[in-house]
Design a protein around this ligand. Structure first.
Ligand code: PRT
Length: 225
């Protein structure tokens, strides 16, 4: 017995992108049974499986071809691509379409009292960040040297406890920066969620599924504008 190939899409299991992603897929007409325990959710009315994982795992799963597609923030994607390039791992992907949710920016923020006089005032300083590759690229492109300490969460607290001079973290409303006595001094990357795809040519039956799905996604995005 041959089984029909199923398109595999990775999405964030829980967090800021998961609800919007689920809503998007449902609006596209996908019947999804997402329960907390099942990490591979079957779409009952189309040959699609949804793999629910950490956001940070999505770029690698797509780049390694474990998943055909993924929905992930451009920030996570670009950081992973730079890191994997450095490690000589596969780091290519195709951005199939941008999505209009998950908007944020990766910014450098300093304590309120810091005397900021342009990018050169950041030279030689230490930053807490989850995004060392994007920070390094920004520093290199601007001819400054920076140090970083890697934090996966609560980044905003680092300057106050003496761990770093400033931070490089995601900002959306700016409320978290303000609550922690920080001011945004440079936006280094702007991000939204994107649908990405492994660069290899999809087998024809999977391409057919994507050809049905993609116009629906674009239609939902357009209706939201
Ligand atoms: O845990 P996992 O590996 O799944 O991923 P994650 O840790 O990145 O998860 P999550 O859910 O925090 O974020 C998922 C994605 O949402 C991010 O990668 C971004 O693409 C997007 N996104 C959009 C944001 C924000 N806005 C955002 N504001 N991610 C995080 N934040 C945090 C930020 O780090 C800071 O602590 O919110 C705080 C700032 O918010 P404001 O509104 O006070 O400025």
């Amino acid at each position: 017995m041959t089984t029909e190939p199923r398109l595999r899409i990775a999405m964030q299991k829980s967090g800021r992108l998961s609800e919007d992603t689920q809503k998007l897929l449902k609006r596209c007409g996908l019947k999804l049974n997402v329960s907390d325990r099942r990490l591979l959710a079957h779409v009952s009315n189309m040959p699609i499986d949804i793999m629910r994982v950490r956001s940070s795992d999505i770029p690698g799963l797509v780049m390694d071809g474990v998943c055909d597609l993924g929905i992930v923030g451009d920030n996570t994607l670009e950081e992973a691509a730079l890191e994997r390039q450095l490690m000589e791992q596969s780091h290519s992907y195709v951005k199939t379409t941008g999505l209009n949710f998950g908007g944020c920016r990766l910014s450098i923020a300093m304590p309120e009292e810091f005397n900021y006089q342009g990018i050169k005032s950041l030279d030689g300083l230490r930053f807490a960040t989850t995004y060392p590759q994007l920070l390094n690229r920004f520093a290199r492109n601007n001819g400054i040297n920076v140090e970083f300490c890697l934090l996966k969460g609560s980044v905003e607290v680092a300057p106050r406890v003496g761990l770093s001079d400033g931070i490089c973290d995601l900002v959306s409303t700016g409320a978290t920066l303000e609550a922690n006595g920080l001011k945004e001094v440079e936006v280094i990357f702007k991000s939204t969620a994107s649908l990405i795809q492994n660069p290899a040519v999809l087998e024809p039956s999977k391409q057919k599924i994507l050809d049905t799905l993609l116009p629906r996604i674009q239609g939902v995005m357009k209706a939201k504008e």
